[in-house]
Design a binder for this molecule. Structure first.
Ligand SMILES: [Zn+2]
Ligand SMILES: [Zn+2]
Length: 490
Protein backbone atom coordinates (compact mmCIF):
# COMPACT_ATOMS: atom_id res chain seq x y z
CA UNK A 1 0.00 0.00 0.00
CA UNK A 2 1.04 3.58 -0.63
CA UNK A 3 0.23 6.63 1.42
CA UNK A 4 0.53 9.89 -0.48
CA UNK A 5 0.74 12.70 2.01
CA UNK A 6 1.51 16.37 2.44
CA UNK A 7 -0.49 17.43 -0.63
CA UNK A 8 -3.69 19.12 -1.75
CA UNK A 9 -6.18 16.66 -3.25
CA UNK A 10 -8.81 17.82 -5.73
CA UNK A 11 -11.97 16.19 -4.42
CA UNK A 12 -15.60 16.97 -5.27
CA UNK A 13 -14.78 20.04 -7.35
CA UNK A 14 -12.18 21.72 -5.16
CA UNK A 15 -9.37 21.63 -2.62
CA UNK A 16 -9.97 21.69 1.08
CA UNK A 17 -7.59 21.30 3.94
CA UNK A 18 -9.28 18.29 5.47
CA UNK A 19 -7.86 15.74 3.07
CA UNK A 20 -4.09 15.86 2.97
CA UNK A 21 -3.33 12.22 2.32
CA UNK A 22 -4.49 9.40 0.09
CA UNK A 23 -4.20 5.65 0.52
CA UNK A 24 -3.63 3.45 -2.53
CA UNK A 25 -3.77 -0.34 -2.61
CA UNK A 26 -2.58 -1.85 -5.87
CA UNK A 27 -4.20 0.11 -8.67
CA UNK A 28 -7.06 1.55 -6.60
CA UNK A 29 -7.71 4.43 -4.29
CA UNK A 30 -8.97 2.81 -1.09
CA UNK A 31 -9.32 5.61 1.37
CA UNK A 32 -8.92 9.33 1.88
CA UNK A 33 -7.86 9.44 5.51
CA UNK A 34 -8.50 12.70 7.29
CA UNK A 35 -6.52 11.58 10.35
CA UNK A 36 -2.99 10.21 10.68
CA UNK A 37 -3.15 6.50 9.93
CA UNK A 38 -2.38 3.66 12.28
CA UNK A 39 0.85 2.13 11.01
CA UNK A 40 0.59 -0.48 8.27
CA UNK A 41 3.68 -2.68 8.20
CA UNK A 42 4.15 -2.49 4.42
CA UNK A 43 3.08 1.11 3.96
CA UNK A 44 5.15 3.10 1.49
CA UNK A 45 4.93 6.79 2.38
CA UNK A 46 5.34 9.30 -0.43
CA UNK A 47 5.79 12.93 0.56
CA UNK A 48 4.31 15.15 -2.16
CA UNK A 49 5.73 18.33 -0.63
CA UNK A 50 2.65 20.46 -0.87
CA UNK A 51 1.82 19.61 -4.52
CA UNK A 52 -1.64 19.75 -6.10
CA UNK A 53 -3.11 16.36 -6.96
CA UNK A 54 -5.88 16.00 -9.56
CA UNK A 55 -7.69 12.99 -10.94
CA UNK A 56 -5.57 11.85 -13.91
CA UNK A 57 -6.20 14.32 -16.71
CA UNK A 58 -7.56 12.85 -19.94
CA UNK A 59 -7.28 14.39 -23.41
CA UNK A 60 -10.24 13.32 -25.56
CA UNK A 61 -8.74 13.89 -29.01
CA UNK A 62 -5.15 13.64 -30.24
CA UNK A 63 -3.27 12.54 -33.34
CA UNK A 64 -0.62 10.77 -31.34
CA UNK A 65 1.16 8.97 -34.13
CA UNK A 66 1.84 12.13 -36.15
CA UNK A 67 2.55 14.07 -32.99
CA UNK A 68 4.98 11.38 -31.87
CA UNK A 69 6.75 11.30 -35.24
CA UNK A 70 7.17 15.07 -35.19
CA UNK A 71 8.34 14.92 -31.58
CA UNK A 72 11.38 13.00 -32.75
CA UNK A 73 11.58 15.02 -35.94
CA UNK A 74 13.82 17.92 -36.82
CA UNK A 75 12.29 21.23 -35.74
CA UNK A 76 13.33 23.91 -38.25
CA UNK A 77 11.45 26.81 -36.69
CA UNK A 78 14.53 28.51 -35.24
CA UNK A 79 16.59 28.41 -38.47
CA UNK A 80 17.49 31.64 -40.23
CA UNK A 81 19.46 30.27 -43.21
CA UNK A 82 19.63 27.27 -45.52
CA UNK A 83 23.02 26.37 -44.04
CA UNK A 84 21.49 26.02 -40.58
CA UNK A 85 18.74 23.85 -41.98
CA UNK A 86 21.12 21.60 -43.90
CA UNK A 87 23.35 21.26 -40.84
CA UNK A 88 20.43 20.11 -38.68
CA UNK A 89 19.36 17.63 -41.36
CA UNK A 90 22.90 16.35 -41.71
CA UNK A 91 23.10 15.78 -37.93
CA UNK A 92 19.82 13.85 -38.00
CA UNK A 93 20.94 11.82 -41.03
CA UNK A 94 24.12 10.76 -39.22
CA UNK A 95 21.99 9.13 -36.53
CA UNK A 96 20.40 7.03 -39.26
CA UNK A 97 16.86 5.76 -39.20
CA UNK A 98 14.35 4.83 -41.83
CA UNK A 99 12.57 8.15 -42.13
CA UNK A 100 13.55 11.65 -41.13
CA UNK A 101 10.78 14.19 -40.63
CA UNK A 102 11.70 17.83 -40.67
CA UNK A 103 8.93 20.27 -39.89
CA UNK A 104 8.06 23.88 -39.08
CA UNK A 105 10.01 25.06 -42.13
CA UNK A 106 9.19 28.67 -43.00
CA UNK A 107 10.96 30.06 -46.09
CA UNK A 108 9.86 33.56 -45.08
CA UNK A 109 12.12 33.33 -42.04
CA UNK A 110 15.33 32.30 -43.74
CA UNK A 111 17.75 34.52 -45.59
CA UNK A 112 17.38 32.72 -48.95
CA UNK A 113 13.54 32.91 -48.92
CA UNK A 114 13.21 29.52 -50.59
CA UNK A 115 12.91 25.78 -49.97
CA UNK A 116 16.11 23.76 -50.08
CA UNK A 117 16.22 21.83 -53.38
CA UNK A 118 16.39 18.05 -53.80
CA UNK A 119 20.09 18.14 -54.68
CA UNK A 120 20.88 19.96 -51.44
CA UNK A 121 18.79 17.52 -49.42
CA UNK A 122 20.43 14.50 -51.07
CA UNK A 123 23.88 15.85 -50.25
CA UNK A 124 23.17 15.85 -46.49
CA UNK A 125 20.74 12.92 -46.35
CA UNK A 126 21.47 10.30 -49.02
CA UNK A 127 20.44 7.12 -47.16
CA UNK A 128 17.26 7.85 -45.15
CA UNK A 129 13.93 8.94 -46.57
CA UNK A 130 13.49 12.61 -45.79
CA UNK A 131 10.29 14.62 -45.73
CA UNK A 132 10.57 18.34 -45.05
CA UNK A 133 7.25 19.95 -44.28
CA UNK A 134 6.31 23.59 -44.40
CA UNK A 135 5.08 25.10 -41.12
CA UNK A 136 1.41 25.12 -42.19
CA UNK A 137 1.52 21.53 -43.44
CA UNK A 138 0.27 22.57 -46.87
CA UNK A 139 3.50 21.97 -48.80
CA UNK A 140 6.52 19.71 -48.50
CA UNK A 141 9.63 18.44 -50.28
CA UNK A 142 11.16 14.96 -50.41
CA UNK A 143 14.77 13.89 -50.95
CA UNK A 144 15.42 11.47 -53.81
CA UNK A 145 15.31 8.38 -51.61
CA UNK A 146 11.82 9.30 -50.40
CA UNK A 147 10.66 10.55 -53.77
CA UNK A 148 11.58 7.23 -55.42
CA UNK A 149 9.31 5.35 -53.05
CA UNK A 150 6.28 7.59 -53.42
CA UNK A 151 4.29 6.53 -56.44
CA UNK A 152 1.52 8.43 -58.16
CA UNK A 153 2.66 12.04 -57.73
CA UNK A 154 1.01 14.28 -60.34
CA UNK A 155 3.43 17.17 -60.51
CA UNK A 156 7.12 17.14 -61.55
CA UNK A 157 7.75 20.13 -59.22
CA UNK A 158 10.16 19.51 -56.35
CA UNK A 159 7.97 21.32 -53.82
CA UNK A 160 4.71 19.41 -53.48
CA UNK A 161 1.40 21.12 -52.84
CA UNK A 162 -2.31 20.22 -52.84
CA UNK A 163 -3.12 16.56 -53.43
CA UNK A 164 0.57 15.70 -53.99
CA UNK A 165 1.42 17.13 -50.58
CA UNK A 166 -1.29 15.02 -48.88
CA UNK A 167 -0.23 12.04 -50.90
CA UNK A 168 3.42 12.33 -49.89
CA UNK A 169 2.65 12.86 -46.22
CA UNK A 170 0.18 9.97 -46.07
CA UNK A 171 2.41 7.65 -48.06
CA UNK A 172 5.43 8.23 -45.88
CA UNK A 173 3.41 7.73 -42.72
CA UNK A 174 1.86 4.57 -44.14
CA UNK A 175 5.23 3.17 -45.09
CA UNK A 176 6.72 3.37 -41.60
CA UNK A 177 7.88 0.07 -40.14
CA UNK A 178 6.25 -1.30 -36.99
CA UNK A 179 9.32 -0.24 -35.05
CA UNK A 180 8.99 3.35 -36.27
CA UNK A 181 5.27 3.41 -35.50
CA UNK A 182 5.74 2.14 -31.95
CA UNK A 183 8.61 4.56 -31.44
CA UNK A 184 6.27 7.40 -32.41
CA UNK A 185 3.68 6.23 -29.87
CA UNK A 186 6.34 6.08 -27.18
CA UNK A 187 7.31 9.66 -27.99
CA UNK A 188 3.60 10.60 -27.81
CA UNK A 189 3.29 8.89 -24.44
CA UNK A 190 6.21 10.89 -23.06
CA UNK A 191 4.71 14.13 -24.38
CA UNK A 192 1.36 13.29 -22.77
CA UNK A 193 2.88 12.57 -19.36
CA UNK A 194 4.98 15.72 -19.47
CA UNK A 195 1.83 17.65 -20.37
CA UNK A 196 0.01 16.33 -17.28
CA UNK A 197 -2.07 13.52 -18.79
CA UNK A 198 -2.59 9.92 -17.72
CA UNK A 199 -4.75 8.98 -20.69
CA UNK A 200 -5.21 10.25 -24.24
CA UNK A 201 -7.75 9.39 -26.89
CA UNK A 202 -5.86 8.81 -30.09
CA UNK A 203 -6.90 8.79 -33.75
CA UNK A 204 -5.38 5.89 -35.71
CA UNK A 205 -5.26 5.88 -39.50
CA UNK A 206 -5.73 8.70 -42.00
CA UNK A 207 -9.41 8.19 -42.94
CA UNK A 208 -8.62 7.57 -46.62
CA UNK A 209 -7.03 4.20 -46.25
CA UNK A 210 -8.27 1.66 -43.84
CA UNK A 211 -7.35 1.18 -40.25
CA UNK A 212 -3.61 0.87 -40.81
CA UNK A 213 -1.77 0.22 -37.61
CA UNK A 214 -4.77 0.04 -35.25
CA UNK A 215 -4.08 -3.63 -34.60
CA UNK A 216 -0.41 -2.96 -33.85
CA UNK A 217 -1.28 -0.28 -31.30
CA UNK A 218 -4.09 -2.38 -29.81
CA UNK A 219 -1.72 -5.31 -29.27
CA UNK A 220 0.86 -3.09 -27.53
CA UNK A 221 -1.44 -0.98 -25.34
CA UNK A 222 0.12 -2.35 -22.16
CA UNK A 223 3.64 -1.33 -23.20
CA UNK A 224 3.08 2.39 -22.77
CA UNK A 225 3.30 4.45 -19.59
CA UNK A 226 0.27 6.48 -20.69
CA UNK A 227 -3.12 4.93 -21.51
CA UNK A 228 -4.11 5.25 -25.17
CA UNK A 229 -7.81 5.12 -26.11
CA UNK A 230 -7.62 4.13 -29.78
CA UNK A 231 -10.06 5.26 -32.49
CA UNK A 232 -10.12 3.53 -35.88
CA UNK A 233 -10.15 6.71 -37.94
CA UNK A 234 -11.93 5.48 -41.06
CA UNK A 235 -15.32 4.96 -42.67
CA UNK A 236 -14.87 1.19 -42.66
CA UNK A 237 -17.54 -0.07 -40.25
CA UNK A 238 -16.90 -3.74 -40.87
CA UNK A 239 -13.16 -3.22 -40.46
CA UNK A 240 -13.71 -1.47 -37.12
CA UNK A 241 -15.87 -4.33 -35.89
CA UNK A 242 -13.33 -6.93 -36.99
CA UNK A 243 -10.68 -5.08 -34.99
CA UNK A 244 -12.88 -5.29 -31.91
CA UNK A 245 -13.27 -1.50 -31.77
CA UNK A 246 -16.18 0.00 -29.84
CA UNK A 247 -16.17 3.18 -31.90
CA UNK A 248 -15.55 4.46 -35.39
CA UNK A 249 -14.17 7.68 -36.82
CA UNK A 250 -12.18 10.55 -35.41
CA UNK A 251 -11.15 13.30 -37.78
CA UNK A 252 -13.17 11.72 -40.57
CA UNK A 253 -14.19 14.90 -42.29
CA UNK A 254 -17.60 16.50 -42.68
CA UNK A 255 -15.73 19.66 -43.71
CA UNK A 256 -12.21 21.17 -43.75
CA UNK A 257 -10.77 24.05 -41.77
CA UNK A 258 -11.37 27.78 -41.31
CA UNK A 259 -7.72 28.47 -42.25
CA UNK A 260 -8.08 26.92 -45.69
CA UNK A 261 -11.65 28.26 -46.26
CA UNK A 262 -12.94 24.69 -46.38
CA UNK A 263 -14.96 24.61 -43.14
CA UNK A 264 -18.60 24.29 -44.28
CA UNK A 265 -20.53 27.48 -43.45
CA UNK A 266 -24.17 28.44 -43.97
CA UNK A 267 -22.99 31.83 -45.37
CA UNK A 268 -19.87 32.94 -47.25
CA UNK A 269 -16.58 33.72 -45.54
CA UNK A 270 -15.90 37.38 -44.81
CA UNK A 271 -12.61 37.29 -46.74
CA UNK A 272 -13.38 34.90 -49.63
CA UNK A 273 -16.20 34.26 -52.09
CA UNK A 274 -16.96 30.78 -50.80
CA UNK A 275 -18.95 29.18 -48.02
CA UNK A 276 -16.51 26.29 -47.79
CA UNK A 277 -17.15 22.59 -48.39
CA UNK A 278 -19.34 19.78 -47.23
CA UNK A 279 -17.36 16.70 -48.23
CA UNK A 280 -20.35 14.33 -48.23
CA UNK A 281 -24.12 14.53 -48.69
CA UNK A 282 -26.72 14.53 -45.92
CA UNK A 283 -27.82 11.11 -47.09
CA UNK A 284 -24.28 9.73 -46.92
CA UNK A 285 -23.93 10.73 -43.28
CA UNK A 286 -27.41 9.57 -42.34
CA UNK A 287 -26.71 6.11 -43.78
CA UNK A 288 -23.24 5.95 -42.23
CA UNK A 289 -24.58 6.95 -38.79
CA UNK A 290 -27.52 4.54 -38.98
CA UNK A 291 -25.27 1.64 -40.00
CA UNK A 292 -22.56 2.31 -37.39
CA UNK A 293 -25.18 2.91 -34.71
CA UNK A 294 -26.99 -0.33 -35.51
CA UNK A 295 -23.72 -2.20 -34.85
CA UNK A 296 -23.38 -0.62 -31.43
CA UNK A 297 -20.45 1.66 -32.33
CA UNK A 298 -19.78 5.12 -30.93
CA UNK A 299 -19.57 7.53 -33.89
CA UNK A 300 -16.99 10.33 -34.08
CA UNK A 301 -16.89 12.95 -36.87
CA UNK A 302 -14.87 16.13 -37.48
CA UNK A 303 -17.14 19.15 -38.09
CA UNK A 304 -16.12 22.81 -37.71
CA UNK A 305 -18.43 25.14 -39.69
CA UNK A 306 -22.09 25.56 -38.74
CA UNK A 307 -23.33 23.83 -41.92
CA UNK A 308 -21.13 20.81 -41.29
CA UNK A 309 -22.04 20.59 -37.60
CA UNK A 310 -25.74 20.78 -38.48
CA UNK A 311 -25.27 18.05 -41.08
CA UNK A 312 -23.69 15.61 -38.61
CA UNK A 313 -25.98 16.56 -35.74
CA UNK A 314 -29.00 15.99 -38.01
CA UNK A 315 -27.70 12.53 -38.89
CA UNK A 316 -27.56 11.78 -35.13
CA UNK A 317 -31.00 13.36 -34.62
CA UNK A 318 -32.48 10.63 -36.83
CA UNK A 319 -31.44 8.10 -34.19
CA UNK A 320 -33.02 7.52 -30.78
CA UNK A 321 -31.98 10.41 -28.51
CA UNK A 322 -31.43 8.30 -25.40
CA UNK A 323 -29.27 5.90 -27.37
CA UNK A 324 -27.28 8.77 -28.92
CA UNK A 325 -26.51 10.06 -25.44
CA UNK A 326 -25.82 6.59 -24.04
CA UNK A 327 -23.42 5.89 -26.91
CA UNK A 328 -21.86 9.44 -26.71
CA UNK A 329 -21.77 10.10 -30.47
CA UNK A 330 -19.22 12.85 -31.02
CA UNK A 331 -19.19 16.19 -32.80
CA UNK A 332 -15.43 16.74 -32.95
CA UNK A 333 -14.32 20.42 -32.80
CA UNK A 334 -17.96 21.64 -32.99
CA UNK A 335 -16.67 25.19 -33.30
CA UNK A 336 -19.22 27.41 -35.01
CA UNK A 337 -22.54 27.12 -33.23
CA UNK A 338 -25.11 29.94 -33.35
CA UNK A 339 -27.83 29.69 -30.66
CA UNK A 340 -30.30 27.56 -32.66
CA UNK A 341 -27.56 25.00 -33.31
CA UNK A 342 -26.66 24.81 -29.60
CA UNK A 343 -30.33 23.98 -28.97
CA UNK A 344 -30.36 21.37 -31.75
CA UNK A 345 -27.30 19.67 -30.26
CA UNK A 346 -28.94 19.66 -26.81
CA UNK A 347 -31.95 17.99 -28.44
CA UNK A 348 -30.00 15.31 -30.36
CA UNK A 349 -27.97 14.13 -27.36
CA UNK A 350 -24.65 14.44 -29.24
CA UNK A 351 -21.39 15.30 -27.46
CA UNK A 352 -19.13 18.19 -28.54
CA UNK A 353 -15.44 17.26 -28.23
CA UNK A 354 -13.81 20.68 -28.15
CA UNK A 355 -10.38 22.35 -28.13
CA UNK A 356 -10.17 25.41 -25.87
CA UNK A 357 -6.69 26.22 -27.20
CA UNK A 358 -8.23 27.00 -30.60
CA UNK A 359 -9.88 30.04 -29.03
CA UNK A 360 -6.68 30.98 -27.21
CA UNK A 361 -4.70 30.87 -30.48
CA UNK A 362 -7.22 32.10 -33.04
CA UNK A 363 -10.19 33.66 -31.19
CA UNK A 364 -10.95 37.27 -30.26
CA UNK A 365 -12.24 40.26 -32.22
CA UNK A 366 -8.72 40.85 -33.66
CA UNK A 367 -7.98 37.18 -34.10
CA UNK A 368 -7.66 34.91 -37.08
CA UNK A 369 -11.26 33.62 -36.90
CA UNK A 370 -12.59 37.20 -36.94
CA UNK A 371 -10.50 37.90 -40.05
CA UNK A 372 -11.96 34.92 -41.85
CA UNK A 373 -15.54 35.13 -40.57
CA UNK A 374 -16.13 38.69 -39.39
CA UNK A 375 -16.43 39.66 -35.73
CA UNK A 376 -20.08 38.66 -35.30
CA UNK A 377 -19.67 35.07 -36.42
CA UNK A 378 -16.28 34.71 -34.73
CA UNK A 379 -18.11 35.32 -31.45
CA UNK A 380 -20.18 32.21 -32.12
CA UNK A 381 -17.13 29.96 -32.05
CA UNK A 382 -16.21 27.53 -29.26
CA UNK A 383 -19.20 28.15 -26.99
CA UNK A 384 -18.13 26.31 -23.88
CA UNK A 385 -20.36 28.12 -21.37
CA UNK A 386 -23.38 28.13 -23.71
CA UNK A 387 -23.17 24.35 -23.96
CA UNK A 388 -22.92 24.07 -20.18
CA UNK A 389 -25.99 26.28 -19.84
CA UNK A 390 -27.87 24.12 -22.32
CA UNK A 391 -26.87 21.07 -20.24
CA UNK A 392 -24.80 19.62 -23.04
CA UNK A 393 -21.85 17.71 -21.65
CA UNK A 394 -18.67 18.84 -23.44
CA UNK A 395 -15.33 17.09 -23.56
CA UNK A 396 -11.88 18.70 -23.68
CA UNK A 397 -8.88 18.03 -25.89
CA UNK A 398 -5.88 19.55 -27.63
CA UNK A 399 -6.11 17.98 -31.10
CA UNK A 400 -2.36 17.49 -30.55
CA UNK A 401 -0.16 17.88 -32.71
CA UNK A 402 -2.30 20.89 -33.75
CA UNK A 403 -2.02 22.48 -30.27
CA UNK A 404 0.31 21.44 -27.43
CA UNK A 405 -0.42 18.63 -24.97
CA UNK A 406 -0.39 20.88 -21.93
CA UNK A 407 -3.18 20.63 -19.38
CA UNK A 408 -2.38 24.05 -17.90
CA UNK A 409 -2.75 25.70 -21.30
CA UNK A 410 -6.02 23.88 -22.05
CA UNK A 411 -7.57 24.79 -18.68
CA UNK A 412 -6.39 28.38 -18.96
CA UNK A 413 -7.95 28.63 -22.43
CA UNK A 414 -11.29 27.23 -21.23
CA UNK A 415 -11.40 29.65 -18.28
CA UNK A 416 -10.20 32.69 -20.26
CA UNK A 417 -12.18 32.52 -23.50
CA UNK A 418 -11.88 35.75 -25.53
CA UNK A 419 -15.64 36.05 -25.22
CA UNK A 420 -16.36 36.55 -21.52
CA UNK A 421 -19.76 34.93 -21.88
CA UNK A 422 -18.17 31.64 -22.89
CA UNK A 423 -15.67 31.33 -20.03
CA UNK A 424 -15.88 28.27 -17.81
CA UNK A 425 -15.41 28.24 -14.08
CA UNK A 426 -12.40 26.28 -12.86
CA UNK A 427 -14.41 23.24 -11.81
CA UNK A 428 -16.20 23.10 -15.15
CA UNK A 429 -12.90 23.32 -17.04
CA UNK A 430 -11.33 20.61 -14.87
CA UNK A 431 -14.44 18.46 -15.31
CA UNK A 432 -14.00 18.71 -19.12
CA UNK A 433 -10.63 16.97 -18.79
CA UNK A 434 -11.51 14.46 -16.04
CA UNK A 435 -15.09 13.28 -15.39
CA UNK A 436 -16.45 14.21 -18.78
CA UNK A 437 -13.67 12.55 -20.72
CA UNK A 438 -13.95 9.40 -18.60
CA UNK A 439 -17.69 9.45 -19.33
CA UNK A 440 -16.98 9.86 -23.06
CA UNK A 441 -15.26 6.46 -23.03
CA UNK A 442 -17.81 4.80 -20.67
CA UNK A 443 -15.20 4.78 -17.89
CA UNK A 444 -16.90 7.19 -15.48
CA UNK A 445 -17.37 4.61 -12.74
CA UNK A 446 -13.61 4.06 -12.34
CA UNK A 447 -11.87 7.12 -13.83
CA UNK A 448 -12.10 10.89 -13.57
CA UNK A 449 -12.39 11.29 -9.78
CA UNK A 450 -10.32 10.98 -6.65
CA UNK A 451 -12.61 8.70 -4.68
CA UNK A 452 -12.50 5.29 -2.97
CA UNK A 453 -12.78 2.48 -5.51
CA UNK A 454 -11.52 4.61 -8.39
CA UNK A 455 -8.36 3.72 -10.30
CA UNK A 456 -5.34 5.49 -8.83
CA UNK A 457 -4.58 7.59 -11.94
CA UNK A 458 -3.35 10.93 -10.62
CA UNK A 459 -1.81 14.07 -12.09
CA UNK A 460 0.44 15.73 -9.53
CA UNK A 461 1.04 19.35 -10.54
CA UNK A 462 2.91 22.29 -9.03
CA UNK A 463 -0.07 24.53 -9.80
CA UNK A 464 -3.38 25.30 -8.14
CA UNK A 465 -5.77 25.52 -11.10
CA UNK A 466 -8.59 26.76 -8.87
CA UNK A 467 -6.88 30.14 -8.44
CA UNK A 468 -5.41 32.43 -11.14
CA UNK A 469 -2.30 30.80 -12.59
CA UNK A 470 0.36 31.24 -15.27
CA UNK A 471 0.00 28.29 -17.62
CA UNK A 472 3.41 28.90 -19.17
CA UNK A 473 5.03 28.32 -15.79
CA UNK A 474 2.85 25.38 -14.73
CA UNK A 475 4.66 22.02 -14.40
CA UNK A 476 3.78 18.37 -14.09
CA UNK A 477 5.61 16.90 -11.09
CA UNK A 478 4.48 13.27 -11.04
CA UNK A 479 2.06 11.05 -12.90
CA UNK A 480 0.56 8.00 -11.20
CA UNK A 481 -1.07 5.40 -13.38
CA UNK A 482 -2.71 2.35 -11.84
CA UNK A 483 -1.14 3.35 -8.53
CA UNK A 484 2.43 3.49 -9.87
CA UNK A 485 4.64 6.46 -10.65
CA UNK A 486 5.14 6.46 -14.43
CA UNK A 487 6.57 9.98 -14.74
CA UNK A 488 8.66 12.19 -12.49
CA UNK A 489 9.82 15.66 -13.53
CA UNK A 490 13.52 16.25 -14.04
ZN1 LIG B 1 -10.33 17.38 -37.00
ZN1 LIG C 1 -8.28 15.92 -34.99
Amino acid sequence: MKLLHNAHFYIDGGFNNIFTSLLIDGDRIVNIPSNPLPGFPDLERIDLKGAYVYPGFIDAHTHSFSGGLYQDGVDLSACSSLDEILNLLSEAAKQGGEIIFAWRFDEGKIREKRFPNVKELDAVCPDSKLLLRRIDGHSCILNSKARQSVTGLNSPEEVLTGADNDHAVNWLQDSCSEETILKAYHAAARAALRGGFTRIHTMVGDAEHSNQHYKLLRDHLNDFPVAFEPYPQSFDIRGALELGATRIGGCILADGSIGSHTAGLSKKYADAATSGNLYHSDLFWREFAAEAHSHGLQICVHCIGDAAIRQINSAYAHLDKDEVRARRHQLIHCEMTPDPLVAEIAASGAVPVMQPAFDLLWGGDDGFYAQRLGVERARQMNRFASFYKAEVRICGSSDWYVTPLNIGMSLHAAMNHHNQDERLRFYEAIEMYTDNNAWLAQEQSVLGKIAPGFVADLSVMDTDFTAPFDYQASKTLLIFRNGNIVYAAG
